[in-house]
Design a binder for this molecule. Structure first.
Ligand code: SAH
Length: 236
């Protein structure tokens, strides 16, 4: 069984190992952040299961996914669990590997190109830069109901770039918290929606203006929010 990172969307950003695993798969269990071009590479004879979750509502419970993976792997089938970006960065990869290990199902992890880096990179935004940021933190914006709140106070003081995932619906709250805890309101902010997909879009502003701009432009998930001087370097 293979736990595979599908990259941020564009199939050109799959690794060779991910492609090999997909082409040989008999069962593919994917989530809804896997790009359409990547799904097109799944062989027609393979069984496809969409375990995707949308807006906090799970189409498939995590335990159901574990059970399915274990059952299919034990039946001797080549199972690929395909997750958007990298499976170990805000994916369920960690939990799934634990479950598979408990069931004594051997698993190989194939890392993927994370959207946290690839979406900003498409618009020439580096996570770090010798002149602008020597650290980077990848954090969850905890979009959706029933999520634990994020403690923005230490993040406001973090001397580097913030890359916020799952942070569209919570954007106004998160930006206000960063300002409230002392981050400069003029700090550049960039939002990249659907990075590396054909309709990728960049939205720019500052800590004090971005929420209004994002509302006007109807910014929607999935998107990466970049807070920090590097956001100024965005190209078209
Ligand atoms: N493991 C994934 C992240 C899963 S969390 C990875 O490494 O990329 C889901 C969040 O990822 C989304 O809410 C969004 O913030 C981000 N995301 C995933 N795909 C994206 C894309 N193509 N463009 C922008 N953000 C994306």
């Amino acid at each position: 069984m293979w736990l595979v990172g599908a990259g941020p969307g564009d199939p050109g950003l799959l690794t060779l190992r991910a492609l090999g695993a997909i082409l040989r798969a008999e069962v593919v269990v994917h989530d809804d952040l896997v790009g359409p071009g990547v799904l097109d590479l799944i062989p027609p004879r393979a069984r496809r299961v969409d375990a995707g979750k949308r807006g906090g509502r799970h189409k498939m419970e995590q335990v159901e996914i574990h059970r399915l993976l274990v059952r299919e792997a034990r039946a001797g089938r080549r199972v690929v669990r395909l997750q958007g970006g990298d499976p170990f960065l805000f994916g369920r990869g960690g939990e799934e590997v634990e479950a598979l290990r408990r069931a004594r199902v051997p698993v190989e992890v194939v890392p993927g190109v994370t959207s946290a880096l690839a979406a900003p990179a498409q618009f020439h935004i580096p996570a770090t830069h010798r002149d602008h940021a020597s650290m980077v933190a990848v954090v969850t914006g905890h979009e959706g109901e029933g999520k634990e709140p994020v403690d923005w106070e230490p993040l406001a003081r973090f001397p580097g770039t913030l890359l916020i995932l799952m942070g569209v619906s919570s954007l106004p709250h998160n930006m206000a918290q960063l300002r409230r805890h002392g981050r400069d309101p003029r700090t550049p902010v960039a939002i990249i929606e659907r990075g590396t997909l054909p309709d990728a879009r960049l939205t720019r502003g500052t800590l004090s203006t971005i929420s209004r701009i994002a509302r006007r432009r109807r910014v929607r998930p999935p998107a990466v929010v970049v807070v920090g001087e590097v956001a100024r370097l965005a190209g078209k």
